[in-house]
Design a protein around this ligand. Sequence first.
Ligand code: NAD
Length: 353
Amino acid sequence: MRKIHKMGIVGFGYMGRFHLDKANKTDGLEVVAAFDTDKARIEEAERAGLKGCQTLEELLSIKEIEIVVIATPNDSHRDIAICALNAGKNVLCEKPAAMNLNETIEIVTAAKKNKRFFTVHHNRRWDRDFLSVKRLLEEGTIGEYTTINSGTLGQRGVCFGWRAEPEHGGGMLYDWAPHLIDQILQLYPDNKVTRLFCRKESILTPAVDDFFEIKMFLDNGVCANLTVGTFALQSVPRWFVYGDKGTYMLTGFSPDEGGLARIRKDVKGFESVHGKKNLGPSRTMAPLAPEQIENLPLIDVADYNMSYYENIFMSLEGKEEPNVSHRDVLRNMQLLDAAFESANKYQFIELDV
Ligand code: NAD
């Protein structure tokens, strides 16, 4: 029988309920209380069998709670995290950690001072589509590569609720860039980001960005192109990686749909297409003959989704460090700050992150 570590949730909305579900499915973790500024959400928490707290202080005064999960709008993360750490709790905070690097440093300082852990829910590093791309690149199947496209486009158009309000940290850069940046940093933990360019637009939600493109250059020669938009009625691949021997594409958030193709031998000049019909738009862009291409099965990976919470349990036991470290959190926020700076100045930002 494992010891049970008790948790409290601040912000009982979409992600608050997500954490309740995942934590309670983890042997050794149990959510016992929740606080939300919305009374209806407190009542919802009570119906889910939790103690509904009327204030943050009430939740923090519950001695048996060892860890506080923060699932509130982005502008409130810093204050709640620091209060919880000062009350002697460990903190698992939703992404982004805070609104900027300075706020994040304040939280990390409070964690160190109180000797408690602070970690962020960068959960998409366990997504199966990402793990599939990671395995492909590690195995070298498509040869040398310099370009990774990672993106997602939604159809709903507008951002809504607090996500449409700049004062609450709304917009797609705060919402999605932390995930996409974290995944790229996970591919190259020992490399540095040297340059970054970001363009953000407000296509249908005037107050915040609802579209962004980030170009992130690493010191190993890789350029990651990260794209998110909320309004596109046709889709782009979730992942597209160009190698000098092959190409990998995943259409969505699963490793089951897409394509992995490799060249069988070098393609020399135009001889292979000379004299053939249906050359396509030009000789340069003419398709190869089918026998020149080897189509391989997609890369299947196990679902490690629950390992995040297992690591939280082990961290509470003092047997592991949180998987998402202070370094991860600070680098992520430094790059997010650089993305905003780049978009506002419309300039490349030189970095050593
Ligand atoms: P939501 O609107 O569904 O829920 C937020 C809840 O917080 C609401 O119930 C609101 O009443 C409450 N709240 C607002 N201010 C508060 C405060 N000061 N104290 C206590 N409660 C407060 O939002 P959501 O989609 O659950 O997003 C919450 C956080 O989770 C955001 O930081 C967001 O970026 C993050 N998020 C992460 C993922 C992920 O995959 N990791 C997915 C979605 C959202």
